[in-house]
Design a protein around this ligand. Sequence first.
Ligand code: SAH
Length: 259
Amino acid sequence: MSAAQAMTGWIAIAGLGPGDEALVTPEVSAALAGASDVIGYIPYVARIAPREGLVLHPSDNGVELERAAHALELASRGRRVVVVSSGDPGVFAMASAVFEALEAGPAAWRDLDIRVLPGITAMLAASARAGAPLGHDFCAINLSDNLKPWSLIEKRMRLAAEADFAMAFYNPRSKARPEGFARVLEVLREACAPDRLILFARAVTTPEEQLTIVPLNEASAEMADMRTVVIVGSSTTRLVERAAGPILYTPRSAVAAAS
Ligand code: SAH
């Protein structure tokens, strides 16, 4: 590498996938191997093996914009920076924060070499473990009300239920919503039939993985925590019982549901 190349900074906003190292893409591994700095939320940076010449910058939750500006600043000084998120960096994660900081920051940041490296997001990992509950139309909703009011979350949930989307809920527990997931279940009970199938997928692809599938009338708030992604089926989502464990899937055709 020439001295000029060595001085050229870049920033890669990378997704580490849901937990299993086999689900980290080769593209992300290559970026990490070439990085001088890794920046991210403490538990995600903890997944990166320390090595000579690599500076790790773990930071706490809630400082996403400062973290993003720090990453851009380092890259502008010639560092090779990987910003890590779990799952996919574009799904309720750091990619938007970096672009928000870039838009508000010095004009020179716009000339930086910036790439987003996708990862396997929690809902797709969970869906694959359970079968194919997202096999027809679906939506994803972040239930954290740190960045939006509860009224907007509730509105989106009700309209999605009315449109009969399957729904994936991220961040089912939130500091600002002490009643937890109970209010979400109340809204679903108003909008959906009691036999609507729900998947609680916890710590998917890690040794602590736990999958629970229940009808809406048997779901309780304690089934969800911060390591859980919740998938609510559409009205056509079904369960196939097998000795090896049930398969949850949504048929590809919604003809029957529409008629
Ligand atoms: N960028 C991440 C999401 C970050 S928000 C992604 O694409 O997956 C954090 C939320 O993601 C958690 O509260 C949980 O709802 C979900 N999540 C992340 N990893 C998970 C896993 N291994 N199993 C289940 N849910 C997970």
